[in-house]
Ligand binder design. Structure first.
Ligand code: MG
Ligand code: ZN
Length: 195
């Protein structure tokens, strides 16, 4: 197994909207990106601890025709630049552009990469030598926790984005390993389990 970023097989899979950046609905312009005030510190803490940081986001706006892959790439380049200014780094930016109810040919289909599907975690496992069972998923929706369960990772729900409102709507068959206020609280919970 290759280990190009020296993670020892451990990763944190971070949802994007409502977790790393403010939830603003369909994000269609890089200028609308706003990191939470604690995002840089949280990601830097993961970097220092030697965990791979992999963003995994559902971007059905592509399949729905609201924006293009180029726009999403631009958003991620903008995020990378803002993080770099603060000395933080996301190792990989993965997104699912699909949706079964979309209208754009090629993207309007079922897939295995839309969360809670595990396609993007499997891709990271291949590309970075990550062991999902030693890793964590953080997000503001229950699909993020469901993804954690699907791959055998720890699952953390944050109360930013949709998290505050969905916290009380937990699906019967799903339990988070932790529910915390935000990404920096998730980082301290996770790093406390990584020694
Ligand atoms: Mg989200
Ligand atoms: Zn997909």
């Amino acid at each position: 197994m290759t280990d190009p970023v020296g993670t020892g097989g451990r990763a944190v899979f971070l949802d994007r909207d409502g977790t790393i950046i403010e939830e603003v609905g369909y994000l269609d312009r890089a200028e609308r990106v706003e990191l939470y005030p604690w995002t840089i510190d949280a990601i830097r803490a993961f970097n220092r601890a030697g965990l791979a940081v992999v963003m995994i986001t559902n971007q059905s706006g592509i399949a729905r025709g609201f924006f293009t892959e180029a726009v999403v790439d631009d958003v991620h380049a903008h995020m990378a630049a803002m993080l770099a200014e603060g000395g933080a780094r996301i190792d990989a930016y993965y997104y699912c552009p699909h949706h079964p109810d979309g209208k754009v040919p090629g993207y309007a289909r079922a897939c295995d990469c839309r969360k809670p599907g595990r396609g993007l975690v499997d891709r990271a496992a291949r590309e970075f030598g990550i062991d999902p069972a030693r890793s964590f998923v953080v997000g503001d929706r229950w699909v993020d926790v469901a993804l954690a369960r699907a791959v055998g990772a720890g699952g953390v729900l944050v109360r930013t984005g949709y998290g505050m409102s969905v916290e009380q709507q937990r699906p019967d068959d799903l339990t988070a390993d932790a529910v915390v206020d935000n990404l920096i609280a998730a980082a301290s919970w996770i790093l406390g389990r990584c020694s």
